[in-house]
Design a protein around this ligand. Structure first.
Ligand SMILES: Cc1cc2nc3c(=O)[nH]c(=O)nc-3n(C[C@H](O)[C@H](O)[C@H](O)COP(=O)(O)OP(=O)(O)OC[C@H]3O[C@@H](n4cnc5c(N)ncnc54)[C@H](O)[C@@H]3O)c2cc1C
Length: 384
């Protein structure tokens, strides 16, 4: 709330999916919003992932609770900006080539159900009936029919446009040099004051937070994806998002070395994406060709047909990673007026829009739909 008791004046730093959603939600509540990015809208990590909106790859806890609310928001977001999010309701299959991960799946399915997720266990033969190209040996899979895929870049741009239509100022090509209390200083020296600053600069948030006096042990977690061309575009070559069950262990691991866990699916234009890797090596954007071989070989274990496909492109993105694998969402007690909205790692597409909603609620005096305590940025403060 502003000093006058009306809607606040807020600067949002970073126009990825998190910042754009925050700006839109605030503008809808009547706040005066300035959204600032040093590049284009969605020019950071948001434009580089597969765009999956998944609860199937999570386990019970605050992240799953946030993801359940986040996925439900796509019912609204689907029609925004004439369908700019290009939602494909394809469902996800967590497949198990390994007996060890399959043995753990019934109990996880129960925990997902307890959190409100509809899901079912299917045996190897039924998986093949659902996906004829999954001809590798499989024990079974968890099918989560409500998971979906979208175009996160299209969605973030639509959110920014809608925010602008509601009066928000969107300043691209505008580098933020410092966050200072309730304002920011641009690289050219201009200062913008506000009632609150929301820091949503994705993997680049750490130096801005720490420069303002807020500890944030955030690191970029490098991820590589490869696009394969089918001889003829065929959106049904794989109907679902397909994830190797070992992915769950890789996502939550704190290892710094490279880890590969298989995700494979068709793109909206009927080709395939194979991924993905995770490693903490700073902002090293180089493509590792040996890793491409490893990712394709791992995917071929599940879907042997991918081995023969032509490799089209490989690219790298940086997930904003925090050591406890939870995002930082909320006001930093050390610097009143500074709100953090970052650290969503490989789940910012499902978690970004709901993060924007919860922050906008908290900033405008509406009790958020979820307890924000587990996400508090204060958990990284000295002595916490
Ligand atoms: C390979 C890969 C695959 C992924 N797949 C998925 C997926 O399928 N599903 C999913 O949910 N998530 C996925 N993710 C994760 C998801 O993409 C991220 O969590 C999400 O995009 C983070 O969004 P953000 O808005 O926090 O950051 P970003 O999109 O990076 O936005 C931050 C913005 O801040 C700006 N900025 C930085 N510093 C400054 C500054 N000093 N001044 C002004 N502006 C600044 C940047 O220019 C950038 O535009 C994937 C990530 C990767 C790398």
């Amino acid at each position: 709330m502003s000093d006058s008791g009306g809607p606040p004046d807020v600067v949002v730093v970073g126009a990825g999916i998190v910042g754009c959603a925050t700006a839109w939600e605030l503008a809808r509540r009547g706040a005066s919003v300035t959204l600032v990015d040093r590049g284009e809208v969605s020019g950071g990590t948001t434009g580089l992932g597969e765009g999956n909106v998944l609860v199937s790859d999570k386990d019970s806890g605050p992240e799953l609770d946030l993801a359940v609310l986040g996925r439900a928001m796509y019912d609204e977001l689907e029609s925004l900006g004439d369908g700019a999010a290009r939602v494909r309701r394809k469902g996800a299959l967590i497949v198990h080539p390994d007996a060890e991960t399959w043995a753990l799946e019934p109990a996880r399915a129960e925990r997902l159900r307890a959190a409100g997720v509809e899901c079912e266990l299917v045996d190897g033969a039924d998986v093949r009936a659902l996906e004829p190209n999954l001809t590798g040996p499989l024990h079974g899979a968890l099918l989560v029919g409500g998971d979906l895929q979208c175009d996160p870049r299209g969605l973030a741009r639509a959110l920014a446009r809608e925010a602008q239509a509601l009066g928000a100022r969107v300043r691209t090509q505008t580098d933020v040099a410092r966050v200072q209390g309730n304002g920011i200083v641009l690289a050219g020296g201009e200062r913008i004051d506000a009632d609150a600053v929301v820091l949503a600069a994705g993997p680049w948030s750490r130096s801005l937070a720490e420069g303002a006096g807020v500890a944030l042990p955030l690191e970029p977690r490098k991820g590589q994806l490869t696009r394969l061309r089918l001889p003829q575009p065929d959106e049904t070559w794989l109907r679902h998002k397909v994830v190797d069950g070992s992915y769950l262990l890789s996502v939550t691991s704190a290892a710094t070395g490279v880890e590969v866990s298989t995700v494979v699916e068709t793109t909206a234009d009927g080709h395939l994406i194979v991924g993905s890797s995770r490693e903490r090596v700073g902002f090293d954007a180089s493509v590792d060709e040996a890793l491409v071989e490893r990712m394709v070989a791992r995917a071929a274990r599940i879907a042997p047909g991918v081995a023969a496909l032509k490799r089209d492109a490989t690219w790298v993105g940086f997930r904003p990673w925090l050591p406890d694998h939870l995002p930082a969402i909320g006001e930093a007690s050390a610097v009143p007026g500074l709100w953090l909205a970052t650290g969503h790692e490989g789940a910012g597409v499902v978690l970004g829009p709901i993060t924007g909603r919860l922050i906008a609620d908290a900033l405008t005096g509406t009790p958020p739909a979820l307890d924000l305590a587990p996400f508090s940025p204060d958990r990284f403060a000295d002595g916490a």
